[in-house]
Design a protein. Structure first.
Length: 413
């Protein structure tokens, strides 16, 4: 059989049906009715006939098609299926590209975003962009070594030891993900003991106020605060309802049912995000309803009712979590030695400590006091049995009792 010439392929015209021009050795070019010319290679392997393509002419020239046929023949002579070999090479190439550390980080962060809050996710992205990528951006994840990890962690320890500790955990999770996706063969951090490079910090309890007279001063200062109305009312509310800082500052009007006098925060926005657990529901005392009504009235004087209850300076987004803390400092509640230092999270400790002190008749069970803080059984088996328990009816007298106590101290002041 005479070998094909380039001019023959070039001059070949389309017909009503596709036809072939043979070059021998299983190689031929298919002339399609739409005038595309595609290289086709047929071969036998293990007594089975197979067919593959080498893309189209003229992008794949006659010489390239013949060279590719010869490469495939060499593989077939070794008992290797060229189709599977090509597929395997493409997979390796794709893994190599995806395994570049920047690509792995972005892929992992996108996956993590499904399970973390927006604020937490932004923090992770910022730390990886500022503290990880500048040192390893051009590397494949399998080429990163222990020295790279230690250098990254050591530098972060200098400015923020707590973030360095979380970064170690996040890098550990990143490498676990990379092993799962076959971007690397092992998790480097499995060979490192965290305590060997990050010393455990002495746990210090969050500052809280447990002295009745100092608490009285705090209540007076908050109720007469002359700063922004959102800050004043946020601090008034947390006196009565011990929410976490994130839940307080990002509280939305749609979470509040004025008729039923309850707040319902979706479980996904709470610290414990177990999807099998009920949303966080907290009854509202009459004073809390007053605070929220005041907030609504003032807010609508300045703007229409927005998504968030407590607005920042732009009168659109929620207040920053640090703004109430700065207000507390300006009010003078910043002296730990005098026992009057407190931050947003400390209101939870004040509530829990003082409720135990005040509840001398044990009117309120331990479980109810814990549920007011959205604390749950640590044991997963035990939690599986009581996670659906509804404590709303038990919480109503507890939160009314606490709110009444706050108002008595206010009146005494």
């Amino acid at each position: 059989m005479e070998l094909l010439k380039d001019i023959q392929i070039k001059k070949a015209k389309p017909k009503d049906k596709k036809y072939y021009l043979n070059d021998g050795g299983g190689l031929r070019v298919c002339i399609n009715p739409n005038n595309t010319k595609v290289w086709v290679y047929r071969y036998m392997l293990n007594k089975k006939s197979k067919e593959t393509t080498f893309k189209s002419y003229p992008n794949t020239t006659l010489k390239i098609a013949r060279d590719t046929r010869d490469e495939y023949k060499n593989l077939i002579n070794q008992g290797i299926d060229p189709i599977e070999y090509k597929k395997s090479k493409n997979e390796i190439k794709e893994i190599k590209s995806k395994g570049m550390i920047e690509n792995v980080i972005n892929e992992w962060l996108n996956k993590e975003a499904e399970y973390t809050t927006q604020i937490t996710h932004k923090g992770k992205v910022r730390v990886f962009n500022n503290d990880v990528l500048p040192f390893v951006r051009k590397k494949h994840i399998k080429d990163i070594n222990i020295d790279d990890i230690i250098k990254i962690i050591d530098l972060k320890k200098l400015s923020a030891p707590e973030i360095a500790s979380r970064l170690f955990n996040n890098l550990d999770n990143l490498f676990r993900y990379a092993v799962l996706k076959r971007y690397c063969n092992r998790n480097l951090l499995a060979d490192i003991r965290k305590s060997d490079i990050i010393k455990a910090r002495t746990t210090k309890n969050m500052s809280k106020i447990t002295n009745k007279e100092i608490l009285k001063e705090l209540i007076q200062a908050i109720y007469t605060y002359k700063g922004g109305y959102s800050l004043r009312n946020a601090l008034k509310l947390v006196l009565h309802v011990p929410l976490r800082a994130d839940n307080l500052c990002n509280l939305k009007w749609k979470y509040i049912n004025f008729d039923k006098k309850i707040i319902t925060i979706p479980r996904q926005y709470m610290k414990l995000k177990n999807i099998n657990m009920n949303d966080f529901i907290m009854p509202l005392s009459s004073e809390v309803i007053n605070i929220l009504n005041e907030q609504k009235t003032i807010q609508t004087q300045y703007t229409e009712l927005k998504e968030f209850v407590f607005l920042g300076k732009d009168n659109n987004n929620s207040i920053n979590k640090e703004s109430p803390n700065r207000a507390l400092q300006r009010m003078g509640f910043n002296n730990e030695q005098k026992g009057n230092k407190i931050r947003l999270h400390g209101f939870r400790g004040t509530f829990r400590s003082m409720i135990d002190t005040l509840d001398i008749k044990n009117d309120f069970s331990f479980d109810v006091k814990e549920r007011a803080l959205d604390h749950h059984e640590q044991n997963k088996v035990a939690r599986a049995y009581n996670h659906k328990a509804n404590y709303l009816n038990q919480l109503i007298p507890l939160m009314n009792y606490w709110s009444d106590y706050i108002m008595r101290l206010k009146d005494e002041g």
